[in-house]
Design a protein around this ligand. Sequence first.
Ligand SMILES: Cc1cc2nc3c(=O)[nH]c(=O)nc-3n(C[C@H](O)[C@H](O)[C@H](O)COP(=O)(O)O)c2cc1C
Length: 365
Amino acid sequence: MSLDTLFRPFEYKSLRLKNRIVMAPMTRSFSPGGVPTPAVASYYRRRAPEAGLIISEGTVVDRPASSNDPAIPHFHGEQALAGWKHVIDDVHAAGGAMAPQIWHMGIVAPHASGWKPPTPMEGPSGFVLPGEAGGVAMSECDIADTITAFGRAAAETKRLGFDAVEIHGAHGYLIDQFFWAGVNKRQDRYGGATLPERSRFAIEVVRAVRSAVGEDFAVILRLSQWKQQDFAVKLARTPDEIAAWLNPFAEAGVDIFHCSQRRFWQPEFEGSDLNFAGWAKKLTGKPSITVGSVGLSGEFIAAFQGESSRPDPLDELIRRLTRGDFDLVAVGRAMLSDPHWVSKIREGRHEHLKDFTREALATLS
Ligand SMILES: Cc1cc2nc3c(=O)[nH]c(=O)nc-3n(C[C@H](O)[C@H](O)[C@H](O)COP(=O)(O)O)c2cc1C
């Protein structure tokens, strides 16, 4: 197996990446009051010489109930943005490139600490799960303000000097709640029987982001078929449905599709071994990022529940990357627990690769 394809540079608009490895966005909850600390900057700085691109943990846009956790970073407000400025300057000084992942959680289960945002959690129709109320339905005015907030966060991304921006449209959070018929029961233009109809909110977010950053700045959209609330959901059931879902995003200004799976090797549909990132690239012609258990034996939700993962070979990943299925490869837990994972892979120091255990989540090392 040759690792050459993994260590080729990648260039696209504002991105100049030294290799194809992306540090996946991972919430760490180490930013009290929403402000990233110097320890957060050091954590990213340590990974900057390794990953081609770092995508930050989800960082929330300026809506009163965009987060359920006071230690999740904000991407608005003077102090939080000053914290992010340190992060990107440190990452650049260490030879890295970085995109913040801008996020609104929508309606999710309350945080374990009991902390609550100042206003009720908000989503398309007030549901936390199909049929189960958990917050309020957003008015058209709330929707318009949220779209503006995403646009403002994107403008700040560019002003602070980041290399790209990622919109979090996956995993059952706000944008994905609009996609999901199970919790989007709206009768207005933000709802509808089809996935393209329920994509209107996300399309308007993408347009606001694109207009805030201009044509030359790379915009990444993270999507998933699965929801943290229900792994079995499939928004698009056929390649045609994927095309009908994604092509309007490409037209609205998405440059790169970040296709989240829990296990990257799982085919999206019967009759082809292409995964979600493979279909996204094939059907839109845009670059794509794959993710999900790269280099590890177990997947990440089980890891939250305490299941350990062992290092796993990269042969299947390299086969797909070399075939051109996708352009970039995001690595989550392996890079969370080991800042030197990329060097160890490149240098073949497999005996030094670490298991992933839940304990790694407790520190920002
Ligand atoms: C601690 C932790 C926090 C995460 N937080 C986010 C997040 O903020 N945004 C997001 O899109 N995905 C998040 N994820 C999912 C990861 O980006 C990634 O898709 C997942 O961990 C699978 O990659 P892996 O198997 O290499 O860990 C998180 C994962 C972990 C382990």
